[in-house]
Write a protein that binds this ligand. Structure first.
Ligand code: SF4
Ligand code: SF4
Ligand code: SF4
Length: 262
């Protein structure tokens, strides 16, 4: 990515409803951060510095979901100022854990949790950034993987497509040499429908995947539900296991709803 002026491309990092974990992944790049910082001008990244440079921005990384009318307005402004916009993490790409509110009545939560809910101004839903503005690339994970993040930043700086594979975690298990916990031990695992990125981390420690990278490209969720049922997972647990960080992304959204399954 080259600026017409010949100066370094401007990188901005924006936060919406989120825990900051994906922004911390960028700070966690340690060895690579200085090189990234040398190739771009970090124009807006409040997690790292209060210094700000005015837009427009060459690349905006957006963390977090839209949960207020104010943020819906703010993301439109960010989009208008950004040549390329990439969402980072499950909150920004799928509404995040906070999208569990989408399945229920937010006013009921407010009345239970807050002493004076009338002071709050919030939307009834938590929605991904792509519901509001066009997005150039969505990076999955809760949190994102730093190798994938560096690949995405490098790709946008070079003006090419990011090389982020959309196969499932099972492929990463094979590459890592993990024994399959689902087949070998009957441990429930969402790996067959979950987007790659972690390198098969949980099965390497004899744990099933719980889907923090969200759905892979064309996942066969119904088939996996059959396998989970076969290893003895009760139907209510099958519902629950899809209702975590990526609950609002299809097909996890309906996979976790027994009454909506045929
Ligand atoms: S995707 Fe996960 S780690 Fe990233 S901001 Fe959201 S909750 Fe935090
Ligand atoms: S452990 Fe899970 S992710 Fe790994 S191969 Fe088996 S089903 Fe796939
Ligand atoms: S194995 Fe699944 S739950 Fe574990 S880190 Fe990878 S994607 Fe997340």
């Amino acid at each position: 990515m080259n600026n017409r002026s010949g100066s370094r491309p401007k990188l901005a990092v924006w936060k919406f409803a989120s825990c900051d974990g994906c922004q911390l992944t960028l700070l966690d790049c340690e060895d690579e951060l200085l090189e990234v910082a040398g190739r771009v001008e970090i124009a807006h990244f409040l997690e790292a510095s209060s210094a700000r440079v005015a837009g427009p921005f060459d690349l905006s990384l957006v963390e977090g979901s839209i949960t207020t009318a104010h943020d819906a307005d703010r993301i439109r402004k960010v989009r208008a100022e950004s040549k390329s916009l990439v969402t980072i993490g499950a909150c920004a790409t799928a509404g995040g854990i906070q999208a569990l509110r989408n399945f229920t009545d937010v006013d009921e939560f407010l009345s239970v949790v807050y002493a004076t809910p009338s002071f709050l101004s919030t939307l009834g839903t938590s929605t991904p950034i792509s519901d509001h503005v066009p997005v150039d690339f969505e990076l999955r994970g809760c949190p994102i993987d730093k190798r994938q993040l560096l690949e995405v930043i490098g790709a946008f700086l070079a003006g090419r497509k990011p090389n982020v594979r959309d196969h499932c975690v099972c492929v990463e298990c094979k590459q890592r040499g993990n024994p399959c916990v689902l087949v070998a031990h009957g441990t429930p695992c969402l790996g067959p429908v979950t987007h790659a990125g972690c390198g098969g981390l949980c099965p390497a420690f004899n744990r099933g995947c719980y889907g923090c990278f969200g759905p892979m490209e064309s996942p066969n969720v119904e088939s996996l539900i059959g396998a989970l049922t076969e290893v003895g997972m009760p139907a209510e647990d099958v519902d629950r296991v899809f209702h975590t960080f990526n609950a609002w992304s299809e097909p996890f959204r309906t996979a976790g709803r027994r009454e909506e399954r045929p």
